[in-house]
Design a protein around this ligand. Structure first.
Ligand code: SAH
Length: 346
């Protein structure tokens, strides 16, 4: 059994069943998540008999790194092979004085958004808790002392709220200050296409930041771009956002992929501004990133800036996401782990 699939409580229970003191759970967690231990042998403050028990039941693996590609702008895309031969990607993005890691939550995705490359192959499977955590643990190990990984975004492959149980377990370890990976809640962002029931659960069970992939301000356009909207239309999605518990000065990020001739008109910007009025929100515009075989294109810069200006006139904090890693197909919506598709064909 992979030990990183176990929550702290589950490990405590296992220890009790195996007649080991409960406080060992903390030591074991720290060895794995803080000290990056690979083997139970390394855990020298734990007795040999306990180490042998752990070794007999658990393993503690890393993901197989197939390749890492550096972009000209400093982003790095990692391709990992999972134990069953499927592949996932993660992207490490440098900022001024810290790094953000964009991680995957599923192999493929079932949401079928029309503009997204990951959608092409459909859903293959959910990632395990260990596979979610390993993306962070393995990449963090490669950083040198002055490179600080402070932010995690679930914006890689997959829909995190469709893998809810594993997401929650992983989030608890990611944000555990004491024995886990010690990320601040606010610096961990779950991005969703809008699975409304799960969104409310997330708000009740965690304090992480929320991003909604909105991408359209009317149901007709959103239905066409994002099939999930036919199940949970804008009214329901925005009502759930309105109820989402936020801390003082915290806001929900609304992501909006700008696609030429589809959702980029001045009218769209005005509709968006009015739609978000009841919600404490900020807006992140993402100029569409092209990928092979997709008929969409990115609006000219002037249209993007005009769209931003309209939202700013309505007093929204509105940023334009600078796409990093486009030259290595690591930008938003370009992740594909092409190898998965090749596997299917052969
Ligand atoms: N399923 C989750 C997380 C993965 S998608 C979600 O929907 O939020 C992460 C972000 O990339 C989403 O905001 C999505 O709208 C955006 N995106 C997908 N394809 C894109 C593309 N080709 N160009 C720009 N952004 C894209």
């Amino acid at each position: 059994m992979e030990i990183k699939n176990y929550s702290y409580l589950e490990l405590t229970d296992w220890l009790a069943e195996n007649r080991v003191d409960a406080y060992r759970a903390g030591q074991i967690f720290r060895w794995i998540y803080t000290r990056q231990a690979d083997s139970f042998e390394q855990m020298t403050d734990i007795s040999k008999t306990v180490r042998a028990k752990l070794n007999g039941f658990f393993c503690n693996e890393r993901l197989a790194k197939v390749r890492s590609d550096y972009s000209r702008d400093g982003a790095c895309k990692y391709l990992f092979r999972l134990a069953d031969g499927h592949h996932i990607e993660s992207v490490l993005i440098p900022d001024k004085n810290h790094f953000t890691l964009c991680i995957s939550s599923q192999v493929g995705c079932a949401q079928n958004c029309r503009f997204c490359f990951t959608a092409r192959g459909g859903l293959i499977r959910n990632l395990t808790v260990a596979e979610i955590l390993s993306q962070i643990r393995d990449i963090a190990r490669d950083l040198n002392g002055n490179q600080r990984l402070t932010n995690i975004v679930f914006m890689g492959m997959g829909e995190p709220l469709a893998n809810y149980r594993n997401l929650i377990k992983a989030l608890h370890i990611i944000t555990d200050r004491d024995v886990g990976l010690n990320f601040s809640h606010r610096r961990v962002t779950v991005s969703t296409a809008g699975l409304v029931p799960r969104l409310l659960d997330l708000g009740n069970q965690t304090r992480v930041s929320l991003a909604i992939s909105l991408n359209a301000a009317d149901n007709q356009t959103r239905n066409w771009l994002m099939p999930i909207n036919r199940v949970y239309p804008l009214e329901q999605l925005l009502e759930a956002c309105r109820q989402y518990p936020l801390e003082h000065r915290q806001k929900i990020t609304f992501e909006y992929v700008l696609i030429k001739g589809v959702n980029d008109s001045q009218q769209d910007a005005q509709r968006l501004a009015k739609l978000l009025r009841p919600i404490k929100s900020k807006i992140n515009l993402i100029p569409f990133n092209a990928h092979p075989g997709c008929p969409f294109s990115c609006p000219p810069e002037s249209a993007v800036l005009q769209f931003q200006q309209i939202l700013r006139n309505y007093r929204y904090t509105t940023t334009i996401r600078k796409s990093k890693g486009a030259d290595i197909a690591a930008a938003c919506g370009q992740l594909s782990a092409a190898v998965n598709r090749n596997n299917h064909q052969s």
